[in-house]
Write a protein that binds this ligand. Sequence first.
Ligand code: FAD
Length: 276
Amino acid sequence: MKPPPFEYHAPRDVGEALRTLAEVGGKVLAGGQSLIPMLNMRLAAPAHLVDISRLRELQVMEATEDGVRVGAAVTHAQAERSEAHPLLSRALKLVAHPVIRNRGTVVGSLVHADPAAELPAVLAVLGGSVRVARWDGPVRDVGAEEFFVGPMESAVQPGELAVSAFFPALGPRTGAAFEEVARRHGDYALAGVCAVVTLGEDGHAEAATLACIGVGHVPVVVDVAGNPAEAARVVRERVEPEGDIHASADYRRHLVGVLAERALRNATREAGVRGA
Ligand SMILES: Cc1cc2nc3c(=O)[nH]c(=O)nc-3n(C[C@H](O)[C@H](O)[C@H](O)COP(=O)(O)OP(=O)(O)OC[C@H]3O[C@@H](n4cnc5c(N)ncnc54)[C@H](O)[C@@H]3O)c2cc1C
């Protein structure tokens, strides 16, 4: 199918992009890897598209000891190659196929807020944030817990541009893992679990957080530090999976428990190595 007609805008800088969004409304076009299929399937019909993919100001990644800030025009492939954040790189390898990662953006994936997408879980488990700007208002940083509002719905409002995302660094004695099951490599996961574990001096888990995908309307974040041995049960109680042609709700619930145990084990092992 072909997309419905739209007017295409190619602003020369972020200011012009914000002004255009304020004037004409419409949708931001980043990598187009979700938006273009949605237009072609007539699931969206914006009258205007504002293309940010060539804006140099948004093509930057900044890594400090606190974490990594990823500009809105940075592609999955660029972020993956940079290896600036070990958990982000690991999750990116699970996102779709290389040809899609060459165009799709990290921030676009966050704004798109697909409940089965990997990157929202990474932002959620790390407690990261997204920086949002608009023409006629101040820039605001939205924490992950408020950013994911519902399935395919983020806190970015019409007329706004998400300019970057911040992924906090993994601290000392901290390990991370991402485990998922997909029908074929590159498909959206049936379910997945991202884990971050910090060990205390005595080797016990001081902090252990999981973020589950494909089993709720937004990434389901579960703190299991108090009872890591019960992680599978706790996670199964917290999630609200739905069944579809690929997997029943019961299967997804079972699967996410298995993945929680595996992710926790692997993150704990890595924390031990990083703490050595
Ligand atoms: C075959 C296929 C398989 C895929 N598999 C996976 C997968 O396994 N895991 C996964 O996570 N994703 C998957 N995807 C989605 C893909 O990774 C997209 O790249 C990503 O979801 C969106 O990024 P984008 O830059 O292409 O955004 P676009 O498609 O350009 O935009 C997506 C939405 O976000 C909005 N938007 C984008 N950037 C901004 C911004 N900076 N500010 C405000 N709004 C913005 C757009 O207006 C639009 O509504 C798959 C896609 C395809 C086609």
